[in-house]
Design a protein around this ligand. Structure first.
Ligand SMILES: NC(=O)c1ccc[n+]([C@@H]2O[C@H](COP(=O)([O-])OP(=O)(O)OC[C@H]3O[C@@H](n4cnc5c(N)ncnc54)[C@H](OP(=O)(O)O)[C@@H]3O)[C@@H](O)[C@H]2O)c1
Length: 255
């Protein structure tokens, strides 16, 4: 029997973290639909039997089609800025253009939430970032000219918390391509960590476990690798962080 009943849609499935999520869901035997901006981008990622779909997070109709039938969504999308976006014009180089942080990380997330509601999906796991709400951290200051990306991710998180959907927000430290399960994972509540890194594969496992571990629901988790043993009790891992306080006046209007 699979670990999780129902279809899980992975957005940003061709990205560094997204492809690791697709791999971890396959490992756990979970029905998966990998979604990217073109089928070509998925060619070397999905194994036979994995569904695929094409969507751009800025295009609501494409999102709705890609999410149809989903029980859960794992959103690994993030705008690319600077030299990762060379060739798309100055505005997108700096992350303020049509492919920038407001359009993708902020308003794109609202589109995901709306599409989820329209198709009846119930749970969103979203990868955002450590350092949201730490504007004076040197790295935050360095990122500010690039689409004000951490502010855009903060807006996205607020929309997620206000959505009424079941959610888990995963805020990793700096991402690496190290193999999974080499180290332990330090987990902390929102705004508690300000340094550290973690492998994309470990982030992917946290996202997968968050689907079927109720202690992960309604929480914002910051994660970085540490020198303890790899996580063996995911219930205790998620339970060590308190649930988010949802502001009474929260609405998705500000996004
Ligand atoms: N890099 C870090 O150290 C770091 C640290 C903390 C948090 N994060 C966050 O963690 C997440 C994963 O990071 P990563 O480095 O693994 O990602 P990545 O490799 O940069 O992949 C980003 C994904 O987002 C997709 N995407 C971008 N714009 C899109 C749009 N308009 N519609 C649909 N898909 C779109 C990309 O598709 P295309 O290939 O089509 O562009 C790609 O699949 C991101 O949210 C990132 O901001 C990163």
């Amino acid at each position: 029997m699979p670990t999780y009943e129902g279809l899980v849609v992975v957005l940003g499935a061709n990205g560094g973290t997204g492809r690791e999520v697709v791999a971890r869901l396959a490992h756990h035997g979970v029905a998966t639909r990998a979604v990217a901006r073109s089928e070509r981008k998925l060619a070397d990622i999905v194994k036979p039997g994995t569904e695929t779909a094409v969507a751009d997070v800025r295009d609501v109709e494409s999102l709705e089609n890609a999410l149809r039938g989903a029980r859960a969504v794992i959103n690994c999308i993030g705008t690319r800025v600077g030299f990762a976006n060379t060739g798309k014009g100055v505005a997108d180089f700096f992350g303020f253009g049509e492919d920038g942080a407001d359009a993708v990380d902020n308003r794109g997330t609202v589109n995901v939430l709306n599409a989820m509601k329209r198709v009846g999906a119930e749970h969103l796991v979203i990868v955002t970032s450590m350092l949201i709400n730490q504007p004076l951290n040197p790295f935050s200051l360095m990122m500010k000219p690039f689409g004000d990306i951490l502010t855009m991710k903060d807006k996205a998180e607020k929309a997620v918390r206000a959505s009424g959907l079941r959610y888990t927000i995963v805020r990793p430290g700096g991402l690496t391509n190290q193999p999974p399960f080499q180290k332990g994972i330090k987990v902390a509540p929102a705004d508690a960590l300000s340094s550290g890194s973690i492998s994309r594969a470990d982030v992917a496992e946290v996202c997968a476990q968050a689907l079927w571990t109720p202690a992960a629901y309604g929480k914002t988790l910051e994660i970085v690798a540490d020198d303890t043993a790899p996580v063996s009790d995911w219930g205790a891992f998620f339970a060590s962080v308190p649930p988010d306080a949802i502001p009474a006046q929260a609405t998705a209007a500000g996004v």
